[in-house]
Design a protein around this ligand. Sequence first.
Ligand SMILES: NC(=O)c1ccc[n+]([C@@H]2O[C@H](COP(=O)([O-])OP(=O)(O)OC[C@H]3O[C@@H](n4cnc5c(N)ncnc54)[C@H](O)[C@@H]3O)[C@@H](O)[C@H]2O)c1
Length: 329
Amino acid sequence: MRIGFFSAKPYDIVHFNRTNQQFNVDIEYFDYRLCMQNVKLAEGYEVVCAFVNDSLCEEVLVELAKGGAKIIAMRCAGFNNVDLIAAERLGMKVVNVPAYSPESVAEHSVALMLTLNRKIHKAYQRTRDANFALSGLVGFNMFGKTVGVIGTGKIGVATIKILLGFGCKVIAYDPYPNQAVTDLGVEYVDLDVLYPLCDIISLHCPLTQDNHHLLNQTSFKKMKPGVMVINTSRGGLLNAFDAMEALKDGHIGSLGLDVYENEKGLFFEDKSSEIIQDDVFRRLSACHNVIFTGHQAFLTDEALNAIASTTLMNVTQLMSGEVCDNELF
Ligand SMILES: NC(=O)c1ccc[n+]([C@@H]2O[C@H](COP(=O)([O-])OP(=O)(O)OC[C@H]3O[C@@H](n4cnc5c(N)ncnc54)[C@H](O)[C@@H]3O)[C@@H](O)[C@H]2O)c1
């Protein structure tokens, strides 16, 4: 079995090579993001291993199938970038890693909240410059604040547990309420109830056809003035232009983004010597009350180990005709 591994970064290679000592499969790493321009690289690989910004649209899948690909192994939880209908029609199997470390993403979400709240990013710059003035660094106690968690699956639950530890009041929205969340004392409410009550709103749901731009001008207007908004889920859940306008008029007080709708071609790359062409991104990243991280919420040693072992287990099971619990259809 040969795996063509796209968007390979040094940390992926370290963790997959270490884990592969138990599986012993043939992995060829490509630094390139999978797209129509370089799909020919995948020719001859039965398994194509891809990540969040690789393109697995119908056009690419057709070429992959012609090149002999039988399995698309997503080494992530989200699969909104895979045309599942086309994959099924082409007879390809698609697997993902549904749970590698919910805590990695939950902890990063809370790190964004605390950084924005206590202005750690500004304090870091100031103290490096021997500026120890405290003006402009006033935060708020997390204790007693109301946090709205949208999406209460694995990551949402892990986030809720941390926030309850801080003494926050947590309310939640999910079309499929989770008893484990209710058992924690968290109340489910509709979004229109959640928006005006929350000091912080954090997104933990997948991007689907129904919730594109879930957070937009209309929803921002319903939120409490000065609200903090956190998105570590998928960029398309939040209309970044509308968020910028809401930041300008002070309706959003701060914004923490680990994901961005147009992150493809930007995130995971060193763009420090280039002029970023995306004006919305540039304007947002120039705001003192906005923090971007480049889709790194998953990036812990534990998560990378779990991603490598589950991915290699998924493909080994499928190639040997065994049942694989992580098959997507
Ligand atoms: N930034 C990162 O590094 C990173 C890493 C892993 C996952 N993620 C994102 O986090 C998301 C959540 O991951 P998870 O493991 O908790 O998934 P999960 O499947 O365990 O939970 C998702 C929850 O969202 C709910 N949901 C679906 N549609 C919804 C909607 N419109 N509104 C509110 N809730 C809705 C589901 O009912 C489910 O309870 C993933 O889909 C992925 O996009 C990001």
